[in-house]
Write a protein that binds this ligand. Structure first.
Ligand code: NDP
Length: 326
């Protein structure tokens, strides 16, 4: 019997209910999937709490999974039952053992990439791909600042940036996370709870600052992040872990050196299935080559989704977290 985590209203982790569900047959252009593993991402918290609104309840959150095609709807020619697939992105509904989704929203999963690795890396890895290869194309010799360097996105970013030949300054919440980030390629770590981030970045860059800051912390970090940039540098604000940035003052961009700022989302970059496939190919390549190793540091059963959300929000996780369905 298929099961899922459903929510009936926005709220705390106690709103996550494990229950049996009916799964409809795939319609035109759709495939049915049995999921072997599901990814946990910070965006799941934003949907659960209502920061990102949901208009219809009961609702199944989740944006990432990997599994096997069990059925195909009319007009689907790219996939057949038995194919291994993985995905990151809408439509939501990943917190389920079984689901139906558009065939164009998934990619074929190479045989040498396990389901749990795929579920741990698709959303965070495609995010790193667009951040460092498209939003700002990092080159060998660049020094970049990456916040939350020991998180899911952060550990993939450290390794991939190192592979590109960049020097990485990473911020982290604890000494243990600093060690982990360093073990994954981060050259310098800053403990942002106790150290002045902008001052440390200036020290580490001989006063120059960095050309790009990747900031998923949001509200608490936006001004310090701008203070780390060199003239005409780019703030990439891509998350809200400390709350959303709601009062951005454009004048700061002028005052701090003709800076640029962007607020990108993965959804824009993967909206075109061809671009999504190219991004996935690059991700598969760095994982296959060993340049990027996916750290699945927490595994939960799907029914324990509330415990997983509590762990993520309390900043006690590192690397990637998955749900298993078996
Ligand atoms: P992480 O594993 O990075 O977890 C979030 C981390 O943020 C925490 O472990 C913590 O690390 C840090 N943090 C800093 N301040 C806070 C706070 N007030 N509350 C909670 N955590 C805090 O999560 P993910 O890898 O899943 O995602 C990382 C970020 O990237 C998220 O903000 C997410 O929304 C964003 N994202 C954006 C995408 C986009 O396309 N725009 C796509 C994917 C992710 P520490 O203890 O070291 O401070």
């Amino acid at each position: 019997m298929p099961h899922a985590i459903t929510i009936n209203r926005a709220g705390g982790s106690e709103e996550l209910n494990y229950e049996s569900i009916d799964v409809k047959d795939p319609g035109p252009g759709e495939i049915a999937i049995h999921q072997e593993a599901i990814g946990l991402n910070y965006i799941d918290v934003y949907f659960r709490t209502g920061l990102y609104p949901i208009d219809k309840f009961p609702f199944i959150i989740g944006m990432e999974g990997a599994g096997v095609v069990t059925d195909t709807g009319d007009g689907v020619s790219d996939f057949s039952p038995g194919d291994r697939i993985a995905y990151a992105g809408p439509p939501l509904g990943a917190y389920a053992t079984d689901r139906v989704m558009p065939a164009k929203a998934v990619v074929r999963l190479p045989d040498d990439i396990p389901f749990d690795t795929a579920a741990a890396m698709m959303l965070q890895g495609l995010t790193v791909q667009y951040l460092i290869r498209q939003t700002y194309e990092v080159k060998a010799g660049d020094t970049v600042l990456f916040h939350a360097a020991a998180g899911g996105v952060g550990l993939i970013a450290c390794q991939w940036l190192k592979h590109l030949g960049a020097t990485i300054i990473g911020t982290v919440g604890t000494e243990e996370k600093a060690e982990l980030a360093k073990a994954n390629g981060c050259d310098h770590t800053i403990l942002y709870k106790t150290e002045n981030v902008a001052e440390r970045v200036r020290e580490l860059t001989d006063g120059k600052g960095v050309p790009v800051v990747y900031d998923s912390i949001g509200k608490a970090m936006v001004e310090p992040s701008l203070d780390c940039l060199s003239p005409r540098g780019l703030l990439v604000s891509f998350g809200n872990a400390s709350g959303p940035v709601t009062d951005f003052n454009f004048g700061m961009l002028a005052a701090k050196g003709s800076l640029y700022a962007t607020r990108p989302t993965l959804m824009t970059y993967i909206a075109d299935p061809d671009n999504m496939q190219l991004m996935a190919n690059e991700l598969f390549e760095v994982v296959r080559s060993g340049a990027v190793k996916i750290a699945i540091n927490q595994r939960f059963k799907l029914e324990d989704a509330a415990k997983a959300h509590d762990a993520l929000e309390s900043r006690s996780t590192t690397g990637s977290t998955i749900f298993t369905t078996g």
